[in-house]
Design a protein around this ligand. Structure first.
Ligand code: RIB
Ligand code: CA
Length: 328
């Protein structure tokens, strides 16, 4: 089987870390051309440091490119004053750095992520590269504006973001899209041939319990142990202590889908529009799943409305158990 050429775009992030670990363990399935970082879960310095920690822990060999430090609009003009707080270098807020892994001793590439994307995509054959953005879409919005010819080089995009029925940052908006709605709308309008959303609806359906995490730990290798620690972070987070919450490993569902597409259920064509009006629905992904019967616009994407929780856990465990034989 030919390896799938992929680029992962991350705001690492606990769940991003699991996605990267899984992708790096699937050496027969994926040729990871590079990992781009972006502002999101934490500031760019930290998402980059966290990403480097994961890559180094997994044995290195995958280049990491620093991407955009700010969303296209929000921080610059104060349109969204409630944007995520940034840790100042040297300060530490619980859970903001991936303390489950050693500090990185490797460095990002000297080229910035956006320039690297443009160069890499322009040098590629048409429809040859799969993009897996699991953070805000700022980098990709820049890429498509700077060089629209990059679009035809993309085979497909599998994106963690958005919500069909609900949000997680406000009742309507999912975090990745809420951070940079203008970027998401630019990406949706870019004309990508196949774009699949893995939204909150699918991610929350594949929640993990403490027993599930124990199953990962029982695999008994260093990667599975680290993954179990990372997935468990939520149960020691001050915000959630004593609360009956499950762990949602959002971004890993995208990697799982590339390994076994049946993990996503009810994948329907839709027309997606992103609200960026700055009001109550700012950052909402509006999916018209009635094939133009409501909004009158033809589908521009697919959206997964559900997922198979048991299968997701099986895939994560199967991949984590590869670590020893992969020499990681
Ligand atoms: O809303 C969940 C998403 O926001 C995940 O990708 C998480 O890592 C954060 O980026
Ligand atoms: Ca993420």
């Amino acid at each position: 089987m030919e390896k799938r050429k992929i680029i992962i775009d991350v705001d690492t992030g606990h769940d991003d870390a699991i996605a990267i670990m899984m992708a790096m363990l699937c050496k027969d399935e994926f040729d990871i051309l590079g990992i781009a970082t972006v502002n999101g879960n934490v500031c760019l310095d930290y998402t980059t440091e966290n990403t480097l920690r994961v890559v180094e822990f997994m044995g290195g060999g995958v280049p990491v490119y620093r991407g955009c430090e700010y969303p296209l609009v929000a921080c610059m003009y104060g349109k969204r004053p409630t944007l995520p707080k940034k840790d100042k270098p040297g300060e530490k807020t619980h859970g903001w750095l991936l303390d489950e892994l050693p500090k990185a001793t490797i460095a990002p590439e000297s080229q910035d992520a956006v320039t690297w994307y443009v160069d890499t995509l322009m040098a590629a054959e048409d429809e040859s590269i799969t993009l897996v953005p699991v953070g805000p879409l700022t980098n990709l919005a820049h890429v498509f504006q700077i060089e629209p010819r990059t679009v035809k080089k993309i085979k497909e995009v599998i994106c963690m973001g958005g919500g069909y029925k609900y949000g997680n940052t406000n009742p309507l908006s999912e975090y990745n899209i809420w951070v940079d709605p203008e970027a998401a709308e630019i990406v949706m309008r870019a004309g990508i041939k196949k774009f699949t959303w893995v939204p909150l609806d699918a991610c929350y359906a594949s929640y993990m319990t403490k027993d599930d995490v124990q199953r990962i730990r029982d695999i008994g290798n260093r990667v599975a142990d680290a993954a179990a620690d990372i997935i468990s972070f939520i149960w020691s987070h001050p915000k959630f202590i004593g609360k009956d919450v499950n762990s949602i490993v959002f971004d890993a569902l995208c990697i799982s889908y590339m390994l076994d597409s049946s993990v996503l259920k009810t994948i329907v064509p839709a027309h997606c529009t992103v609200d960026n009006g700055g009001g109550i629905a700012d950052g909402q992904t509006m999916f018209d799943i009635f094939n133009g019967r409501i909004g009158g616009e033809a589908p521009n994407c697919y959206v997964a409305l559900d997922s198979d929780r048991e299968k997701f856990l099986d895939i994560v465990c199967e991949v984590m158990s590869k670590a020893k034989e992969a020499g990681v």
